[in-house]
Write a protein that binds this ligand. Structure first.
Ligand SMILES: *Cc1c(COP(=O)(O)O)cnc(C)c1O
Length: 389
């Protein structure tokens, strides 16, 4: 085969994607990723981001980032275990541990890497992983790596605690891990964490929780889904949270017992074999954590906007979600895309989510509500949806 045939093979696959109407395009923002984002010269009201507290464009956090870069330089220079672990990283770990109530925390450049550090590191040969069918792609990839390491992996129907219990009861694995999103990223619903924690206790399993969409949003001080359910910082729990969503910056953490965190530090390949995030990111995150912890007014506004949206769409096909993720089910792929496009033409940015990201026949608008939204913003979206539906 000639060398030039290689790109042609890819081009054929890309043509298939295009023919199925599934080509994805990036929009270029010509402004910060704020409540109003400028795209192609047009001011768009942004219901598309995970910036739930409106902190992505926060000037104090940006200043902490800039000051951090001036004090600590642009880069960390190496991975954490070699020479890239600076004072701002160390301080951030301590702050996250205190905030979440766990003994210790480890930070990562992204949530994807954080998830890859947990399940495959804890679960290899002789272990069993029990995962929700609707878990985030990064948890699924982590599960596949565990499988490649020899773990037995099983998926249970979404939030089906009875099915999970049957699998746990039938398992003879020496080590068991239950792995779940706390807030499901495309449905916005919560995992029944108290019941799952009880199962983890009964069957002596680890409980691995991905709180990407709960951290900063739910619970007292925004400490997340565990705090929301008043669950303890048990040594059998590993809590992952992302720092690029409500925290508005980027990165992630895993919090847990001192021993579990030390284990991940020694053995987690996606922790060890990657350059530490720039120290200025940690400076920005320390500032962001401070704002989040004292951000009850932001969360109150967020909850008021969510309630306003749900009231306004009563009787419409909105999934039952109490979080910032409000899925409006359309069903048909093309119809979802057409509705998103019609909203776009009204300067409302609401993404359409299609299979395979969501199950077939459940294409939807994924409306992300933010503390930065005003009551008038929500009204604007409500009247556009009424007019178009
Ligand atoms: C966004 C997300 C991640 C990945 O986090 P990044 O920091 O964006 O890599 C992991 N899990 C869930 C549930 C997410 O929504």
């Amino acid at each position: 085969m000639s060398e030039s045939a290689l790109p042609a093979q890819l081009a054929a696959e890309l043509a298939d994607i295009a023919a199925a109407g599934l080509t994805r395009r990036r929009r270029v923002l010509d402004s910060p990723a704020d409540r109003i984002a400028r795209v192609d010269g047009k001011a768009m009201l942004n219901f598309a981001s995970n910036d739930y507290l409106g902190l992505a464009g926060n000037a104090d956090i940006a200043r902490a980032l800039a000051d951090g870069a001036l004090q600590w330089g642009a880069g960390s220079g190496a991975s954490h275990l070699v020479s890239g672990h600076l004072t701002p990283h160390e301080r951030l770990e301590t702050e996250i541990a205190a905030f979440t109530g766990f003994e210790r925390a480890l930070t990562f450049s992204t949530g994807y890497l954080a998830n890859l550090a947990v399940t495959p590191t804890l679960a290899g040969r002789g272990a069993a992983v029990f995962a929700d069918k609707l878990n985030h792609a990064s948890l699924i990839d982590a599960m596949q790596l565990a499988k490649a390491n020899g773990a037995d992996v099983q998926r249970y129907p979404h939030n089906d605690v009875a099915a999970l219990e049957r699998l746990l009861a039938a398992s003879t694995a020496a080590r068991k891990l239950i792995v779940t999103d706390a807030v499901f990223s495309m449905d916005g619903d919560l995992a029944p964490l108290p019941l799952m924690f009880a199962l983890a206790e009964r069957y002596d399993a680890w409980l691995v929780i991905d709180d990407a969409h709960g951290f900063g949003v739910l619970g007292p001080h925004g400490a997340g889904s565990l705090a929301h359910f008043n669950l303890p910082a048990s040594p059998r729990i590993l809590l992952m949270g992302t720092l690029g969503k409500a925290a508005g910056v980027g990165g992630a953490f895993v919090a847990g017992s001192a021993t579990a965190i030390e284990y991940l530090l020694q053995k987690g390949r996606s922790y060890i074999f990657t350059t530490a995030a720039p120290p200025a990111i940690a400076c920005a995150l320390s500032k962001s954590l401070h704002i989040m912890r004292s951000g009850d007014a932001l969360r109150a506004n967020l909850m008021a906007r969510i309630a306003q949206l749900r009231d306004g769409l009563a009787g419409k096909p909105l999934l039952p979600s109490a979080t910032a993720i409000q899925p409006y089910i359309v069903g048909d792929n093309e119809a979802a895309v057409a509705l998103s496009k019609a909203l776009w033409e009204r300067s409302l940015w609401v993404p359409a989510i299609r299979p395979p990201t969501v199950p077939k026949g459940t294409a939807r608008l994924r409306i992300s509500v933010s503390a930065a939204h005003t009551a008038a913003d929500i009204d604007q979206l409500l009247s556009a949806l009424k007019e178009l539906a």
